[in-house]
Write a new protein. Structure first.
Length: 95
C-alpha cells in the first residue's frame, strides 16, 4: 500500500501558514476517494532536518512525500485546485 504524506512547515505568526493549512485540509477532503493522505504540520523550530535537507528558506512550505521519498515541495500558498493537481501528479499509482 502506498503511503502519501503532506508536511506543512510553518512559522509563528504567519497568516499565510494558517491559510495554507486550511486549504490543504480542504484539498485532502476533496481527494479522499482517490488517495489516502496523512497530513502533519510543524513549526520551523521542529523541522530542522527537513529544512536543511530541502533547503527551505521561506514559509509556508508544503512538502509531498510518497513512500518516504520527498516528491515535491512548494513555498507559499496554493489554491485547493493546485494542490489537487499536485496530488494527481505525485500520488498517482504506477501501473
Amino acid at each position: 500500500m502506498k503511503i502519501n504524506n503532506i508536511i506543512l512547515v510553518t512559522t509563528e505568526g504567519c497568516a499565510g501558514c494558517d491559510i495554507q493549512r486550511n486549504i490543504i485540509e480542504q484539498a485532502i477532503s476533496c481527494s479522499e476517494d482517490k488517495y489516502s493522505i496523512n497530513f502533519q504540520y510543524h513549526d520551523v523550530s521542529e523541522a530542522d532536518m527537513i529544512i536543511k535537507q530541502l533547503h527551505i528558506t521561506d514559509f509556508p512550505t508544503t512538502i509531498l512525500v510518497k513512500n518516504g521519498t520527498y516528491e515535491y515541495h512548494v513555498t507559499g500558498t496554493c489554491t485547493k485546485n493546485q494542490l489537487i493537481h499536485l496530488f494527481d501528479e505525485h500520488f498517482v499509482e504506477n501501473e
